[in-house]
Design a protein around this ligand. Structure first.
Ligand code: C2E
Ligand code: CA
Ligand code: CA
Length: 612
């Protein structure tokens, strides 16, 4: 899974296809072929020509490639030149070329390409500028630009323009994979809710933007500054020492303590900050962030408006396992790490196709915890791969029990998530094979979901495992496509058997035309690769209706609260058969809609079937 190359992310953003096209020579269609023959022979670097018509009745330009032209001129029996020399070159031009206006946006251009017949999708297109000039554009550049655009958007907080949480975690991973120390600061505004409540959300937004500017100022060039969510910010300094941590703390204290003038209304500057420094890397990245977060929490508990600095050198790999590892082992042994199941259905008719296993922690004091509440701690404790194995075993055992009790009513597939550490565990294929055999579940049932946050290096390292898993007959599905840095470039390098589109595009699509275009492009892309596509985040009937329209007759799967929330295993059998199509009134039954296009979804692609 390669990430979008850094250079692509850092390059100036490409807005429309005009920024992508290359200059191209044009010839009138009436030019005799011998003239064009001379031009190609005189210039070995001339690979392509645009062929234009003066005739108003045929305004569509054509494309003439060097290879196609020269092969026509030789002819099969060597008579091509005598046949074509005096004929106009317009006869040999490819007229089926896509012509795009220079002002067309990148997502729209990708959509136009994907709407073409499959064999023509990945060839060259012509870009027409306002003055009539034609430029040449390789289709692949459009997909690469779209990929970079998605990546950039997925990594930016729209309100402040800072990095978002996903980008911050990715940069933290990169820094911790290098050598030298790192400093992480977490900043939390004091009394932010009161500002929102008393002065309104516009003032709240302004305060967040001002805070972002001040943080940029005190972090200095080269630092990563992010808004992690709400009124929480973070700063990352690479290669930094304990002295740098102290300097940063002093600058934060000064900058965040200054009052804010919000258009005449002056608010006191109030924030709590925590700074964690690890001078011996490689460190466990999420542990370092966690330490800074805890320090900020302590600063807030102590009355706020202060900054606490902690030495987190124990986060270094050289440090012994965090004591939490034991705690998670004990929670698993006590049956507190439960697995819940969320249905995945065909949008055409609501039929149940799979269940995604999602972990929960039934904590004796804190109640039922969602993954977001404890997965960072699981990672910091070095327990991720063991948690994945625990969920796999629990889910396969449960699936075998359901199959024994309910036979064919049970859906054909079971989706199980892998963490990055689980993906990298050298014994992953052995664990999967062992658990399948232990539960007596056929390998074709299992779909492992690969985390989109995995980097190119992770995937390269995991490649032998992934190959072994596919050989076992286990399907690999790429999770959260469109959510992270990897973008579409994953897909060209990684053989996957399915895609899951990240929630954000589905959630926004009904009211945001751009998200709808990106969603459609990702759906088409998955279908173009010949793999099943699942749209996550189908929250309401409007999402399901949109997805059904987008699917046309093709197989599209959906997951989301409009179908069902993740369910306790005791509640899952209520889904079997007709019950899911009724879906508590939220899901129209196939019969109610008068037949279905479910046949398009009926046969999942067979293993090893060609990917086009
Ligand atoms: P994910 O793999 O993308 O799982 C889908 C998440 O989106 C689930 O949250 C699900 O409840 C939620 N979701 C699905 N549809 C909707 C919707 O329409 N609206 C909203 N608001 N949410 C929806 P959950 O269970 O909290 O899991 C969060 C993440 O935690 C997962 O995201 C996955 O990355 C991770 N995770 C969960 N279970 C496991 C596990 O067993 N192992 C590993 N390694 N990671 C897990
Ligand atoms: Ca998942
Ligand atoms: Ca997902």
């Amino acid at each position: 899974m390669s990430q979008v190359p850094r250079a692509l992310l850092d390059a100036d953003p490409v807005v429309c296809v005009d920024d992508l096209g290359e200059p191209l020579r044009s010839v009138p269609a009436s030019t005799p072929c011998w003239r064009v023959d001379e031009a190609f022979r005189a210039d070995p670097d001339l690979l392509c020509l645009a062929v234009t018509d003066d005739d108003r009745a045929r305004p569509a330009p054509g494309l003439l490639s060097r290879t196609a032209f020269l092969s026509a001129m030789s002819g099969r029996l060597g008579h091509g030149r005598s046949l074509h020399a005096r004929r106009p070159v317009g006869h040999l031009a490819d007229r089926d070329v896509l012509v795009i206006d220079a002002s067309t946006g990148v997502p729209r251009a990708a959509e136009m390409l994907l709407a073409r017949e499959r064999s023509r999708r990945f060839s060259e297109v012509l870009v027409r500028r306002p003055d009539g000039e034609l430029r040449l554009l390789e289709a692949e550049r459009v997909f690469r630009a779209l990929s970079a655009q998605l990546a950039r958007e997925a990594l930016t907080d729209p309100l402040t323009g800072l990095s978002n949480r996903a980008d911050f975690l990715r940069r933290l991973d990169e820094v911790c994979a290098g050598t030298g120390g790192a400093v992480v600061a977490c900043v939390d505004l004091d009394g932010f809710k009161a500002v929102n409540d008393s002065s309104g959300h516009a003032a709240g937004d302004q305060l967040l933007r001002r805070t972002a500017e001040r943080l940029r100022g005190c972090a200095g060039p080269g630092a990563v500054v992010a808004r992690l969510g709400g009124d929480e910010f973070a700063v990352l300094l690479a290669g930094a020492s304990a002295a740098d941590a102290q300097h940063l703390a002093a600058r934060l204290q000064e900058a965040l303590g200054r009052p804010h003038d919000l258009g005449g209304r002056v608010l006191p500057g109030r924030a709590s900050a925590g700074v964690a420094v690890c001078s011996a890397l490689p460190a466990e990245p999420s542990a370092l962030l966690h330490e800074a977060d805890l320090a900020a929490y302590r600063a807030k508990q102590a009355g706020g408006r202060r900054c606490e600095v902690v030495d987190a050198s124990w986060c270094s790999d050289a440090a012994p396992l965090a004591p939490d590892h034991r705690a998670f082992e004990a929670a698993a042994a006590a049956g507190q790490l439960e697995v819940h199941y969320q249905p995945i259905v065909a949008v055409a008719d609501g039929s149940l196709r799979s269940l995604e296993a999602l972990v929960r922690w039934r904590h004796p004091q804190r109640g039922l915890l969602a993954p977001a509440d404890f997965l960072d701690d699981v990672a910091a404790a070095g327990y991720s791969a063991e948690l994945d194995a625990h969920v796999l075993r629990t889910a396969l055992t449960q699936r075998a029990r359901w199959a024994a009790e309910h036979g064919d009513a049970v859906p054909a597939h079971l989706n199980v998530n892998l963490s990055v550490a689980g993906l990298l565990a050298p014994d992953l294929p052995a664990v999967v094979a062992r658990e399948l055999a232990r539960a007596g579940v056929p390998s074709r049932v299992l779909r492992l979901e690969l985390p989109e946050v995995a980097t190119a290096a992770h995937v390269r390292a995991a490649e032998p495992s992934l190959r072994a898993l596919r050989a076992l007959g286990v399907a690999l599905t790429l999770d959260d496509v469109g959510s992270g840095a990897a973008g579409l470039s994953h897909l060209s390098e990684l053989h996957v058997d399915g895609l899951k589109i990240d929630r954000r595009y589905v959630e926004r699509a009904p009211e945001d035309a751009r998200s709808a275009v990106v969603l459609r492009t990702l759906v088409d892309l998955g279908h173009g690769l010949g793999v099943p596509v699942t749209a996550e985040g189908a929250q309401g009937p409007e999402h399901l209706a949109l997805l059904r329209r987008m699917a046309g007759g093709r197989c599209l799967l959906a997951q989301g609260s409009a179908v069902a929330e993740p369910l306790h295993p005791d509640d899952v059998p209520a889904l079997w058969g007709a019950a899911v199509t009724a879906g508590a009134g939220r899901w129209p039954s196939a019969s109610a809609r008068g037949g279905s296009t479910a046949a398009a979804c009926a046969a999942p692609p067979r293993r090893g079937s060609p990917r086009s």
